[in-house]
Ligand binder design. Sequence first.
Ligand SMILES: [Zn+2]
Length: 307
Amino acid sequence: MKRITAAALAGAAALFAGVASAQQGVDFSKVEIKTTDLGNKTYMLEGQGGNITVAVGTDGIIMVDSQFAPLHDKIKAAIAKISPLPIKYLINTHYHLDHVGGNAAFQRDGATIVAHDNIRVRLAAGTINANTGNKTPPMEADAIPTDTYLVGPKKVEVGGRVAEVNHVIDAHTDGDSWVYFPDANVLALGDTYSSRTYPNLDWGSGGTIDGMVLALERYLKAANDTTKIVPGHGPLATKANLQEWHDMMVKVRDRVKKLFDEGKSEQEVLAANPLADLDGKWAGPPGAITSSQTFLHNVYNSLRNRD
Ligand SMILES: [Zn+2]
């Protein structure tokens, strides 16, 4: 765990203009929320942005992530179809706008927002994109998490249901939480796992390739063959899917680290094309935050940025 402060952030940078610009290109009126039943009153919701997990207890609901702000009404309606009970807790897996955009509206509806404390600091301070320099202003007071933790694990409970919230150090960002619902055998991993593509590695906000691999090793220990895994982005996954993605990430780390340790510049690493055999399966289109070039840039800078 690395605690950040608002003062430290003044000189730091973050990385989600890709997300913000993605938001600008989306017609939210056309987005439909798809609900998948994971069993034991636990559900995955997909719309636009990070996947949402919903767990229904006897007196209220726990929700993990909230997508973009304009989707609040649609997400609320989709959850109301599952259960009329109130949303008591909204857990943020990390601070990116495609996961926390609904914070203010859901908090005004009565939910308590739970997060790693670094999210509270980042949302209150505003952020700067490490790759583009684009600034995102501080979020409104209602959007700031009020029930935060530093080390974990932390338990979040509604009637008959428990969410086990854990922190992984410097993975996708420096404030990642992953959530386990033991009675449903569901893991919600935020953007430390993207089941279809390379991840967005937010090195400007403390994300590192080493932290990603360590996080994935923890999840593989926590999962079994019947675990349902909700990734930050991409379709519902199994432990076998997670293992495959872990193995890909280990290859990426080992190859880029070898070049880095040999003293290669970022341009030389990009020119060496070390992910060529992986790109066909995992790379997003050129220019996307999940493209081979951007992913390599982020991995390289996460190595350069090590403490
Ligand atoms: Zn993210």
